[in-house]
Design a protein. Structure first.
Length: 449
């Protein structure tokens, strides 16, 4: 007896669903068979040996550093392709306040920034933060309004990199045509690039004995009358002059006043929170967390260490994302980080200190670290799945464990610097918490994968 049409259709859909489920199970079974039957894969898994030997690998790199520098550099070059360095391109006339912005965003002293700049084109120089394993690169274009500037080299330099344009204008300087001319050229070629206009030097237009208007009012529309009249007119005039800039999206505006404590303006980082908010909205990579650490951290050593830890963790994540992971390279990056942190805290990093640190870290943490490394490597060897999920897992595992090792070592070194005993339980707790925080931080950089 023939079934009604509706029942036939329903039965057809049911068969399709059953076939889909069956096919899916078949695919999973096929992958498992491939993993268990493929001699090449078995050989690769056997090469992983076990977690104890990989923990010994890190010990070996730490205690007996014998590294092929050329091979390591080649691995690092490939890793950086997986984790491209974000570039913040600062355009502005001389004395507009670009260096003050970099100092405020990174927390570094002006002298260190000045010494750290390196030339990269005829007109520009860059500053990597931190210098050895950077989290971010600032590109500073010099001489706008003073020399004939052709932005083509700088545009080409930025084209292959993640970036954000920061046009810096001192609010008291109404002659901003040289900056606007460059912005027109850049936006015509790349209208999709986000643009942040930063107005600086607000206090120069304050009345005598004037102070910052609190709370920060420059995000309101219209601007409130609490802002001094002369300053308000200048802010609006600069914004009006830039209204016709070409681009897919409109420019974002932030007004800041970044001064030294001795200048007498409170707070000296006026508008910095709004600047960070704008940067995070236009370039959502979690840079604020990567550069500034936890808000409660006020110690200069800890803030400096944090940037180095993040830089090395991102590099290790890049190595972990490669199709074939060089565990020696990952361990070497971690060893370099620990050595650098020891130097920062003024501690000797010899075999005795290294053995003490590894002993305090403990086998429990060691096993967890290596299980992640081995598990990630095995996942990468599964056909199809391993090339996608495995690469993301590899990046996260390599980066997060590097972050955790770095944070644990900061506690270790800071206690030794102050002549205090190291609590093994506290050390392990710090490692466990940092492992989660490191994974969260890398998730931001990896785009939530």
């Amino acid at each position: 007896m023939n079934l009604p049409v509706a029942i036939q259709a329903k039965a057809g859909k049911t068969r399709k669903i059953e076939k889909l489920v069956g096919d899916t199970l078949l695919i999973h079974l096929t992958i498992l068979r491939q993993v268990s039957a493929n001699k090449f894969i078995l050989m690769k898994i056997e090469n992983l040996k076990n977690w104890i030997e990989y923990w010994k690998q890190l010990q070996t790199v730490l205690l007996e550093p014998k590294v092929d520098e050329a091979a390591l550099e080649a691995s690092l070059r490939e890793a950086r392709k997986k984790m491209p360095l974000p570039v913040l391109w600062l355009l502005g006339k001389t004395q507009a306040g670009k260096t003050s912005i970099i100092r405020a965003l990174t927390g570094n002293e002006a002298a260190e920034i000045g010494n750290g700049f390196q030339p990269c084109t005829r007109y520009s120089r860059f500053y990597d933060c931190p210098g050895d394993m950077p989290v971010v690169r600032f590109l500073d274009t010099r001489g706008l309004g003073e020399v004939a500037y052709d932005p083509s080299e700088d545009i080409h330099y930025c084209e292959s990199q993640a970036h954000l344009l920061l046009a810096v204008m001192k609010v008291a300087d109404m002659h901003q045509e040289p900056v606007l001319e460059v912005l027109r050229t850049v936006r015509q070629r790349h209208p999709e690039w986000p643009l942040l206009m930063v107005q600086t030097g607000l206090h120069e237009l304050y009345p005598a004995d004037g102070k910052h208007v609190c709370p920060w009012p420059f995000g309101d529309d219209p601007l409130p009358n609490t802002i001094p009249a002369e300053l308000c007119r200048a802010v609006l005039a600069q914004r009006a002059a830039a209204e016709k800039l070409f681009g897919i999206t409109s420019a974002h505006w932030v007004a800041v006043d970044l001064t030294l404590p001795e200048d007498g303006f409170e707070p000296p980082d006026y508008g910095l929170a709004a600047l960070w908010q704008a940067i995070e909205s236009l370039l959502p990579l979690g840079l604020q967390h990567q550069l500034t650490s936890e808000r409660e951290v006020r110690d200069l050593y800890a803030r400096t260490a944090h940037q180095h830890i993040v830089g090395y963790s991102l590099t290790a994540a890049g190595l972990g994302a490669l199709p074939v992971v060089d565990l020696v390279a990952v361990s070497t990056v971690q060893a370099k980080l620990l050595h650098g942190l020891a130097v920062l805290y003024g501690q000797r990093w010899d075999k005795r200190t290294i053995s003490e640190f590894l002993g305090l870290v403990g086998a429990g943490i060691a096993s967890g670290y290596l299980v992640r490394m081995v598990g990630r490597s095995i996942t990468k060897l599964i056909p199809y799945v391993g090339q996608t999920v495995g690469s993301v897992w590899g990046a996260s595992a390599s980066g997060a464990t590097t972050y955790a090792l770095g944070k644990a070592s900061v506690y270790f070194f800071s206690r030794r610097k102050d002549g205090l005993n190291v609590d093994p339980d506290m050390l392990r707790r710090i490692y466990a918490e940092a492992l989660e925080n490191g994974a969260s931080l890398l998730k931001e950089r990896l785009g939530g994968k």
